[in-house]
Ligand binder design. Structure first.
Ligand code: SAH
Length: 473
């Protein structure tokens, strides 16, 4: 081990920062967070430091460095631009057994400051012994995304009740079970749901019992986005890391499932037109069975669970059966396909509103208000429409939508296999057949779609002016 790791309690202890620039300001701010009494010494101060001085949060030694600035200091940070000066500060400090950090200069330093993930009271600190600060920073970013922001509140709560927890569960094994319950159970869930009072009440209630409750199962309805794993939210990723069981739609990209906990059970509940079909009631039964067996279930859905995803029905079902439930939104196909084809869904000049529409089957087509949908200066984002493009086009034209209205039909949006087909409304069904467009595909119809030809940037672009049937004829 090249360095000895340690966490220093600097509360109310004097520390010295030499230097008045941005770097010194950052170091001072970090030390203040730990409650240190910070003295900054420099001829002039950067604006951030001046502000701290005005708020009386730091002491200030004006002028150039003097040896006696180090008197009474526990730690010294040298953050000046001059290496000879930094060296002098370090040499003088070390002669007096001070721990000195020279910023970005491990050779001159007797302590180094790690990259930190702060979920106080939990701190994760990473050091590469000064050899690879970039790696340490990257690792920090990774771990940062893995730890829920609510973790800090959970640990603070546990800290406040520590003595009572110890009294209630004197036995170590029972205490472990209690802490497992605390992390995996309703208290943490309530904190994540921004309900700290209820979380504390739940904790108090369980502490009044002799036994640690059996772990209750839960369900998280997670939006997996349109396909590109990069479009998952951090919360979705954390849910995948914690899941015991994953019930996923057929549409979910296998690369996303690869991000899940290795030993999680994965169950496909396919609902693809044509293929095998799991009725909604069986999905409900599966959710209930696994949750009631105490497992953490992730119900992973394409796009967003509440946009044509039947997430609403699943939520109602789970609540009816008293099963704890969280919802993690995902990027819905309309947003993803718009972004990945360079089509803004609204635009000051072209569209003041956007409608998400499903054109799934005859029944859904019959119930749509075509006169409304055919109005200009609005954008339609039509889901599940590939099989009904012909009827869709006829209805819109019959209700007065301009035949020249541009469309963008996006197949496999956000995936490497994405294709974007563009053209005028009147040619839509024929162009879709000519290019054999298949589900999943999303139709964007409206003035904004005319921007696709110029702004498209992902995957293959088909059609456009060259694809217009009228010109070809
Ligand atoms: N809940 C999902 C929608 C489910 S309905 C969401 O919010 O996106 C399924 C329909 O979504 C498909 O028929 C298709 O119209 C659309 N869709 C989903 N993923 C898509 C993708 N990657 N590219 C294009 N369309 C997609």
């Amino acid at each position: 081990m090249q360095l000895y790791p340690l966490f220093a309690d600097l509360a109310d202890r004097p520390v010295l920062v030499v230097g008045g620039g941005d770097v010194a300001a950052r170091k001072a701010a970090m030390l203040l967070r730990a409650g240190a009494k910070v003295t900054v010494g420099a001829p002039v101060l950067a604006p951030e430091l001046r502000e701290l001085l005005q708020q009386s949060r730091i002491n200030y030694r004006a002028g150039s460095y003097q040896s006696d600035w180090q008197d009474g200091m526990w730690l010294v940070v040298a953050a000046t631009r001059s290496r000879p000066l930094n060296r002098r500060i370090a040499t003088e400090g070390h002669a007096r057994q001070r721990l000195v950090n020279v910023v970005d200069d491990p050779a001159l330093s007797s302590f180094q400051v790690p990259a930190v993930i702060d979920r106080s009271p939990l701190l994760v600190a990473i050091s590469s012994s000064g050899v690879a600060p970039v790696l340490a920073r990257r690792l920090r970013e990774r771990i940062e995304s893995l730890l829920d922001p609510a973790l800090g509140s959970l640990l603070q709560l546990a800290q406040r009740y520590r003595t009572r927890i110890r009294q209630r569960h004197a036995d170590l094994a029972a205490r472990r079970r209690f802490y497992d319950w605390l992390h995996d159970g309703p208290v943490n869930a309530l904190l994540r749901a921004a309900q700290p009072l209820q979380a504390e009440r739940q904790l108090v209630e369980v502490l009044s019992r002799r036994e640690v409750p059996a772990q209750q199962g839960s369900v998280v309805l997670v939006g997996a986005g349109p396909g590109d794993p990069g479009l998952l939210t951090l919360r979705a990723l954390r849910a995948l890391h914690e899941a015991d069981v994953i019930l996923h739609d057929e549409l979910v990209n296998p690369q996303i499932l690869d991000l899940a906990r290795r030993d999680a059970v994965q169950i496909a509940v396919g609902k693809r037109g044509g293929g095998k079909h799991t009725p909604q009631s069986s999905i409900h039964a599966l959710l209930r069975e696994h949750a009631q067996a105490g497992r953490r279930v992730v119900r992973l859905k394409g796009g967003d669970p509440f946009v044509f995803g039947r997430g609403g029905e699943e939520l109602v079902f789970l609540r009816e059966h008293g099963i704890a439930c969280e919802i993690v939104p995902g990027i819905t196909a309309a947003l993803a396909c718009a972004a990945y084809s360079g089509v803004p869904l609204t635009h000051r000049d072209h569209a003041q509103s956007v409608r998400l529409v499903t054109a799934h089957c005859q029944q859904s087509l019959d119930t749509l208000d075509w006169a409304e949908l055919a109005r200009d200066r609005q954008t339609l984002a039509i889901y599940m429409g590939v099989a009904t493009l012909d009827q869709l086009t006829r209805q819109l034209l019959a209700h007065g939508r301009d035949a020249e209205t541009p469309f963008a039909l996006i197949e496999n949006g956000s995936l490497p296999s994405q294709r974007t087909l563009t053209g005028p409304l009147r040619d839509l069904p024929a162009l879709a057949i000519r290019h054999a467009v298949r589900a999943p595909a999303l139709l964007i119809l409206g003035e904004v779609a005319g921007l696709a030809a110029a702004s498209h940037w992902h995957g293959e672009l088909l059609g456009g002016d060259a694809g217009r049937l009228a010109d070809a004829a």
